[in-house]
Design a protein around this ligand. Sequence first.
Ligand code: HEC
Length: 139
Amino acid sequence: MRPLPAVAALLLLAGTAGAAGPSMDRPLTDRPGDPARGRAVVRDLSKATCLICHAMPIPEEPDHGDLGPPLAGVGARLGSGEIRQRIVDPTTANPATVMPAYFRTEGLDRVGAAFRGRTIYTAQEVEDVVAYLATLTGE
Ligand code: HEC
């Protein structure tokens, strides 16, 4: 292969890998997630609300951050497994991310004593939020 096609092939491969991303396909609970509960969970100010960093299609909420990408079409861009992996532990997709790990207790630094060994979300809350984000397929 001449150098240019080789580079193009590499870029193509890298492109596909980036689009797929790490995926956690097995749900954390037996009870399926509930999108309506998930919509309430993401707004919960006591649980590092996603709205600090993401715009979401929740018009009754006045303040939306823009540190992360808007989540309006996330259910069309990512599969449920990829969404679950992001919420459980986004460092698997980006080790330097500022997004919190919502269901990981290992390997966290700067965690206040009251929160050590605890997760931000329960397993069911993770599933509810995954179910909610999967419904966000429009812009
Ligand atoms: C402190 C800021 C912050 C908070 C809070 C936060 N995120 Fe993120 N999120 C980010 C950033 C920044 C990215 C961009 C990718 C990266 O950094 O890895 C991101 C990426 C994502 C992605 C991937 C989006 C895509 O299109 O690829 C999803 C899904 C996501 N976040 C969901 C959530 C959910 C759900 C919550 C709340 C449970 C949340 N985030 C809370 C900052 C945050």
